[in-house]
Design a protein around this ligand. Structure first.
Ligand code: NDP
Length: 261
């Protein structure tokens, strides 16, 4: 099935490891050129070179903190310099939190708001005009099942991811006339290196796999983690013309964890 993604330019925040890197590889496999964004310059450069070599595409990395206005500006300018604009934007950079509402201070709330919401706002403001000139595009927001089914230990994550979902819907309405499709993907459990690192810290070298199985069992449904590639398949489809009638929606890829319709 030709997804018609060859030579498209895809910007992936948090594209240097985990889900973002898997999405980058999935798009590269279809011939898309890439801009990988992350704070760690060395990792970004290494992964961009590796993916370019593996799939025969052009891939570049931009080292930037998208939780800041300056970082987003660096991404927008870097994309313009490297490719003249973008066809696809994947707002994926993000991270879990751990707090109570009683104890978390304003600075923590502000950081997650900037990372999960303002990055998407700022990058849309900077990249949508170019997409419009190119005749259209796709913007995907990687939120989380926690945007609608909160986990008790991360109220800031739950709240900012829910805001990202609403931003996505609202942006979709604003740009539909420019042939830009905007959607949210809400993943469940995805086995990234970070999950493994944390599990090893909690349960040790001998116990981390059982620990993760316990997490999956508690979630229910398929009672397993997705691989990053399984999730990436969905993102790649959503970026393609095969999803041409899909905009303004939220799609759950959670192995049946969501407890409601
Ligand atoms: P990882 O921790 O594996 O990767 C996060 C990526 O984001 C890295 O490339 C990291 O690079 C980048 N990043 C983090 N903060 C910033 C920042 N301030 N500026 C620029 N880049 C940043 O995460 P996952 O792959 O697990 O998660 C990706 C997204 O998916 C997140 O938004 C997460 O909330 C969401 N998600 C994940 C689930 C899971 O089970 N894994 C489930 C549901 C949602 P660097 O550190 O170099 O900046």
């Amino acid at each position: 099935m030709d997804l018609n993604l060859r030579d498209k330019v895809a910007v992936i925040t948090g594209g240097t490891v985990g889900i973002g890197l898997a999405v980058a590889e999935g798009l590269a496999e279809e011939g898309a050129n890439l801009v990988l964004v992350g704070r760690n310059k060395e990792r970004g450069d290494d992964e961009a070179a590796r993916v370019a070599d593996k799939f025969g595409v052009i891939a570049t990395a931009i080292a930037a903190d998208v939780a800041t206005a300056e970082g987003c500006d660096a991404v927008i300018k870097g994309v313009a310099r490297a490719f003249g604009g973008a066809d696809i934007l994947i707002n994926n950079a993000g991270t879990g939190s751990n707090e109570t509402i009683a104890e978390a201070d304003d600075a923590k709330w502000q950081y997650y708001w900037d990372l999960h919401v303002m990055a998407a706002v700022r990058l849309a403001r900077g990249l949508v005009p170019g997409m419009t000139i190119r005749g259209g595009g796709v913007i995907l927001h990687n939120a989380s099942i926690c945007a609608v089914q909160p986990l008790w230990y991360e109220p800031i994550y739950n709240t900012t991811k829910a805001a990202l979902m609403m931003f996505s819907k609202t942006l979709a309405n604003e740009v539909v006339g420019s042939n830009i499709r905007v959607n949210t993907v809400n993943p469940g459990l995805v086995l990234t290196p970070d999950w493994i690192k944390t599990a090893k810290q909690i349960a040790g070298e001998d116990g981390w796999q059982a620990h993760l199985q316990g997490v999956a069992d508690e979630a229910g449904g398929m009672k397993r983690f997705a691989t990053p590639a399984e999730l990436a398949n969905f993102f790649v489809f959503m970026c393609s013309d095969k999803a041409s009638y899909s905009t303004g929606s939220t799609y759950f890829v959670d192995g049946g964890w969501l407890k409601t319709v």
